[in-house]
Design a protein around this ligand. Structure first.
Ligand SMILES: Nc1ncnc2c1ncn2[C@@H]1O[C@H](COP(=O)(O)OP(=O)(O)O)[C@@H](O)[C@H]1O
Ligand SMILES: [Mg+2]
Length: 296
């Protein structure tokens, strides 16, 4: 008998997790955009509103509020810069941002944030008390013991009333235990939801991964669990044909950004050119197809 081992079991009904749609909607957040400080990026998200009997596409002006966004790419594609721009922008708007650094110790991240603020024309004094750093790079217990990290996050959320979180990087939290990637990402994702965070999880791709796929270290774990995935790629144009095809010079860098998916709102699905300016700011440019048309 297939169910014989359950014979003596008493039913355990999780009534707290059963909702009538009408009750659940009462607690549903309104769809709003959270500006990222990355030029050209916020316009790629939109919502649909009903106007005069027709659905109309309206720009969201940022990533959807309370979303957990996975920002993935190979090394040097601009993930940390984008994460820092988001942090500085939100702090400049008076939001408290919790920045969990897993790769680079706090002092280096602070220096990076200061540079980003300068490049964005934002006074450091305006933001320094709005950004709370958790230095997991310098503390292996924070990196390796998930409950300790979550307790520390909860402490920060309670003390500073944060509603924005950046983790750079989430893959750094399962470096030596990739088989646990799914459960670790899931634990952080659920925690963000519980605390109503709008979050950016940076995740690293490996050289074996397809450049523009949503896959990151730990397999598809990250992409499947989060609300939204943004992929960054970089190619050095080393062949004359390839350079010519993209209307660039031999040796130029071709940077591309793509929103792989977002389950909370509508979004642009095209490949977009991307640049890292001399000041160290990520900017999203026109869609690749438009660029290729225009550059003919
Ligand atoms: N302050 C800066 N000024 C100019 N370029 C920068 C600056 N900081 C970083 N970059 C460029 O941006 C690239 C991407 O940086 P980063 O966001 O740290 O990459 P990732 O986090 O994806 O590994 C760097 O390799 C560098 O070329
Ligand atoms: Mg980085």
């Amino acid at each position: 008998m297939g169910d014989y081992q359950f014979q003596d079991r008493q039913p355990q009904v999780m009534k707290d997790n059963v909702y009538l749609l009408g009750e659940a909607i009462e607690r549903a957040p309104e769809l709003k955009g959270v500006p990222t400080g990355v030029k050209g990026f916020d316009e790629l998200f939109f919502k649909v509103e009903w106007e005069e009997g027709k659905p109309v596409k309206k720009p969201l002006g940022g990533i959807p509020e309370y979303a957990v966004v996975n920002l993935t790419g190979m090394p040097d594609t601009g993930k940390s810069l984008m994460a820092e721009q988001f942090t500085v922008k939100q702090a400049s708007l008076g939001q408290k941002v919790c920045f969990v650094t897993v790769e680079s110790p706090a002092a280096f991240v602070a220096a990076g944030l200061k540079q980003r603020a300068t490049a964005m024309g934002i006074d450091f004094e305006e933001i320094e008390n709005n950004i709370i750093l958790i230095d997991a790079a310098s503390n292996s217990k924070l990196r390796d013991d998930i409950p300790t990290m979550l307790d520390t996050l909860a402490y920060v959320y309670r003390t500073y009333h944060c509603r924005k979180t950046v983790i750079d990087s989430i893959t750094g939290l399962f470096e030596a235990k990739e088989m646990l990637a799914r459960s670790i990402v899931r634990a952080f994702f659920n925690f963000m939801k519980k605390w109503y965070q709008t979050a950016i999880f940076v995740s690293q791709k490996r050289s074996g991964h397809d450049e523009l796929s949503a896959e990151a270290a730990g397999g598809y774990a990250v992409g499947h669990i989060v609300d939204c995935t943004v992929v960054l790629s970089k190619e050095i144009l080393l062949s004359p044909n390839r350079a010519k095809a993209f209307k660039k010079e031999l040796g130029d860098i071709l940077r591309i950004l793509r929103i792989d998916g977002c389950r909370l709102c509508g979004h642009d699905t095209r490949l977009h050119l991307m640049e890292i300016t001399e000041l160290g700011l990520v900017e999203v440019k026109e869609p690749l197809v438009e660029y290729l048309k225009g550059a003919k």
